[in-house]
Design a binder for this molecule. Structure first.
Ligand code: SAH
Length: 368
């Protein structure tokens, strides 16, 4: 029914709220992460910032502010922004937030359906698919993107794996229900790993395809990908759920009116790189943000603000992002990098190396 293409309610007045919407510090630290990787790889002459599923555009907006603040460092670097978004409604919101409306829609253009210039003067493009983003050294960001993609569900039975399907309840009109496929299906044959030990699994093949594409791009053109989402490393089973107006919502009720989501299986994403890229994580959000220096950033913002309401808001949003009982533990960070980026950090045992690369920020201490 196209929840994202029609409703897509992100934010306080919508169906769910995300970290970039909670605090500006979140996006700022991700901006620093990109710059730190750019510096660690020898400050290439150009980079693309590619965001998958940018929602309201807040994350990219906060990152662009960091890029402008560090303009002297980036002055010789040719930067462009590429947003991969399927929702016409959300792409309009992104255009307004990021360019103030300075965009040209071009529905005839197969690769970029809209382009413009950001408020900070950077060229920006909208694409429907990651494959339409031009090749080149890029930072790929996917925040709460993979959890929004459709999954297949499977149940182990005495007769082997069966697919969980959605059916119309014959007893109640307009009511959907889950059923088990009577026999195996193409999906049970193709999407379950032979070594699987769980009895119930959720697989998101679309996420697998996107990760394969990212890994190939990183191998060929360099850069880094950062995936942040709630999820697990191949341990959880039944996580499919819906959210409407910030409350859990029956996934089978009123299709198209609620955000449907399933935890991201990072072990599956790692497998889908097929060895073409190195991976780091998943690590917990509070660990990643701490390594990125969130405490120092909070102190600076608190020192600069004298209004008690603003200070209270800063402290509350910090707590929301970092508290293990809130978003600190259930959100994870996972990175994809070209193999040579990590091979070089581990050169302790190779005396021929003169200048080992610093550790990848967030997964180790930030060192600029
Ligand atoms: N990253 C944002 C929004 C998360 S919601 C945030 O954290 O606030 C998921 C986003 O992915 C929305 O922008 C939605 O429109 C987009 N999306 C969903 N399916 C997509 C697909 N197949 N291709 C591209 N974008 C998609």
């Amino acid at each position: 029914q196209g929840y994202y293409t029609r409703r897509g309610g992100i934010g306080e007045s919508g169906d769910f709220i995300t970290s970039p919407e909670i605090s500006q510090v979140f996006g700022e630290l991700i901006g620093i992460w990109c710059i730190s990787e750019w510096m660690a790889t020898g400050k290439p002459k150009a980079f693309q910032l590619v965001e998958l599923g940018p929602g309201r555009g807040t994350l990219t907006d906060d990152i662009l502010r960091v890029f402008s603040q560090l303009a002297s460092l980036l002055s010789k670097c040719d930067i462009s922004i590429h947003l991969v978004e399927v929702s016409p409604k959300l792409s309009e919101m992104q255009a307004l937030m990021l360019t103030g409306g300075r965009v040209q829609p071009d529905p005839q253009d197969e690769s970029a359906y809209m382009k413009g210039i950001t408020k900070t003067g950077v060229p920006i493009f909208w694409h429907r698919d990651i494959q339409d983003v031009p090749p080149g050294y890029s930072f790929y960001l996917a925040h709460e993107f993979f959890d929004a993609l459709p999954i297949h569900k499977f149940q182990r039975t005495g007769k082997g794996w069966r697919e969980v399907l959605v059916d119309i309840d014959p007893e109640v009109p307009d009511q959907l229900r889950f059923v088990l496929s009577p026999s195996s299906t193409p999906a049970t044959e193709n999407f379950i790993q032979p070594e699987e030990t769980r009895d119930h699994v959720e697989v998101c093949p679309e996420a697998g395809v996107i990760i394969q594409r990212l890994a190939c791009r990183l191998e060929k053109d360099g850069g880094a990908a950062l995936v942040a989402d709630y999820g697990h490393d191949g341990t959880k089973t039944d996580t499919f759920r819906g959210f409407r107006n910030h409350k859990l919502h029956d996934v089978l009720k009123d299709p198209g009116t609620a955000d449907l989501t399933a935890d991201v299986d990072f072990s599956y994403l790692r497998k889908m790189t097929q060895g073409k890229a190195a991976t780091l994580g998943p690590i917990k959000q509070r660990e990643f943000l701490k390594n990125m220096g969130i405490d120092l950033r909070l102190q600076v913002l608190l020192q600069n603000s004298h209004d008690p309401a603003t200070r209270e808001q800063l402290l509350q949003s910090y707590d929301m992002l970092m508290n293990p009982k809130k978003m600190g533990d259930c959100f994870n960070f996972f990175a994809l990098l070209p193999h040579h980026r990590l091979a070089q950090t581990d050169r302790k045992h190779k005396p021929e190396s003169k200048s080992p690369l610093p550790p990848v920020a967030g997964f180790g201490e930030l060192s600029l």
